[in-house]
Design a binder for this molecule. Sequence first.
Ligand SMILES: N[C@@H](CCC(=O)N[C@@H](CS)C(=O)NCC(=O)O)C(=O)O
Length: 218
Amino acid sequence: MPLNFYGHPFSSYCQKALIALYENDISFEFRVIEPGADEIVAQWAGLWPLKRFPLLVDGDRMVAESSIIIEYLDLHHRGAVRMLPDDPAEALDVRFMDRFFDHYVMNVMQVPVAEALRTGDARKDIALAEAKAALETAYAWLDRRLAGKTWAMGDTFTLADCAAAPSLFYADWVHEIDGYPNLRSYRSRLLTRPSFRRAVEEARPFRPYFPLGAPDRD
Ligand SMILES: N[C@@H](CCC(=O)N[C@@H](CS)C(=O)NCC(=O)O)C(=O)O
């Protein structure tokens, strides 16, 4: 039975999980949640009343939350590219970086995007100013942390890089990474990774919908 993946190509958290699927060439059916896809939307909402995507369904098992989906794939659909090291102490470090990217980059970047989608300019502008300040702190910390590293943890691509790729991709659109050479080159390196490149290309047609305006790069 194929894996079913509920989500949308333009969603940052979906891209995070898609990277793990693409890294190991795991086959799945993409059930796109979009206007008009009433049956898919009803299935998804029935399975996960919190109505967040991505959502993975493997037989009778439902798996929510992008990090958990990636860990689930690493356990049950393991490929050559491991998303977490076997060593528990090293795995804890990977999970820490995954949490950093989700909480301090991805979620921060999403606040002004959500405000732009649903409210007037005043709240959006406040949210944008707050996000820029918070991202600046995160960028400075990451720039020091990434010195001398190829990927978030060093030489090996992991769960942390799955989280980093869409976080930094969209965060740079919200507040450009300026003056942080290690972080800028890490973002560029992520964009050359074939799994992420594929996710970015699949999402390209949706760029006009980015509510803050997608810059003409990447
Ligand atoms: N912590 C969740 C976050 C998922 C999330 O917020 N997904 C967004 C799309 S990027 C979503 O479902 N948005 C729909 C909504 O908020 O109504 C994860 O890691 O999967």
